[in-house]
Write a protein that binds this ligand. Structure first.
Ligand code: SF4
Length: 330
């Protein structure tokens, strides 16, 4: 039944009066109300790519300082391609989800070699780039007509159409083909600032007259709530051994939770003393790290005594940084 109600808005986008009026209203609202964000002041596709990768799973406010610092360090794809992975990971430290940084550098290497992709399909072939990011970058930087559907946009569509299945096809139909980049950003902005996940601000919504869920009084039914993955608790025990201006560290590994990062070594310790508990969350894992001080027992092969002066310049896992900051202030 709800699909029938939404036909006039979406299913004949080129010809529908309401589709055209919807686009006009949304874009007019966006032109006035959009937030001033650093990546909106550029059309450099590499800069937009960096912002889109950082914005995956990270809030806008948290991304801004990282984005600005990252582009000061690596202003071009060629500069990022040339950098050492440890330098890139250090610049990323604090943003989490480090596979994004590795993929971004792998993408930068391809861009430095072949130039920035000219098509959506070529962008999609870059490492770590999915349909949303490819559509966002190609529409915003290159003005190509591809609808970008992230979580915010899916929620807006689901409510506008009162349809749990609303997604890419609806976004494609609704897209403004004259201003695809602005339209995509307007849909995202609407989701981020007005059509919020909890309680949407329908009174401030520029397109409320087209919203089927609002008309039906069923805004709270859309989108369907997903069952959350159960949280897993993990306890890790690390040793903190400092002697002669050096700290014992475990070098980075190619797999596991701290892939690519130095950590404190896992114990056993002799005469251990619990020095700190650090809490850290990675996706669905709640990690409690107990840090012990004491003397190392047995073979410490594979661990390295690293001068404390170097701790600032090597990529340390975030909980190690947290511990060292606490230890210094204790
Ligand atoms: Fe979202 Fe409310 Fe606007 Fe509908 S009217 S799109 S639910 S903010």
């Amino acid at each position: 039944m709800y699909r029938t109600v939404s036909v006039s808005l979406v299913e004949m986008p080129e010809h529908s009066k309401s589709g055209t009026a919807f686009r006009k209203r949304l874009l007019a609202w966006h032109d006035v109300h959009q937030r001033d964000l650093p990546w909106r002041r550029t059309r450099d596709p590499y800069h937009i790519l960096v912002s889109e990768i950082m914005l995956q799973q990270t809030r806008v406010a948290a991304v801004i300082p990282f984005y600005e610092r990252f582009l000061r360090l690596f202003p071009t794809a060629a500069a990022l391609a040339r950098a050492r992975e440890t330098t890139v990971l250090r610049a990323w430290a604090g943003l989490g989800y480090y596979s994004r940084a590795r993929n971004l550098q792998a993408a930068a290497k391809q861009i430095a070699r072949n130039g920035f992709p000219q098509t959506y399909e070529a962008a999609l072939a870059l490492p770590g780039i999915g349909p949303y990011t490819a559509a966002a970058v190609m529409s915003i930087a290159c003005g190509q007509s591809h609808a970008a559907v992230d979580g915010n946009v899916r929620r807006v569509l689901s409510r506008l159409l009162a349809d749990h299945r609303a997604g890419q096809a609806d976004a494609d139909a609704l897209l403004d083909r004259r201003r695809p980049g602005d339209f995509n950003q307007a849909m995202m902005e609407l989701g981020a600032t007005v059509c919020l996940p909890g309680t949407p601000k329908c009174g401030e919504c520029p397109v409320s007259r087209y919203c089927v869920a609002k008309r039906l009084g069923q805004v709270d039914l859309y989108p369907a709530r997903k069952a959350k993955r159960a949280t897993e608790s993990v306890t890790i025990r690390w040793a903190f051994v400092e002697r002669d201006g050096k700290v014992l560290l475990a070098p980075p590994k190619n797999d596991g939770l701290w892939r690519g990062f130095w950590t404190l070594p896992e114990i056993p310790l002799k005469a251990a003393h619990l020095a700190a508990r650090i809490r850290h969350a990675v996706t669905f894992r709640k990690i409690e790290i107990e840090v012990y001080t004491g003397q190392v027992q047995g073979n410490a092969a594979g661990w390295e005594a690293v001068p404390t002066a170097r701790l600032k310049i090597i990529p340390l896992a975030t909980p190690v940084r947290k511990f060292l900051a606490q230890w210094k202030n204790a």
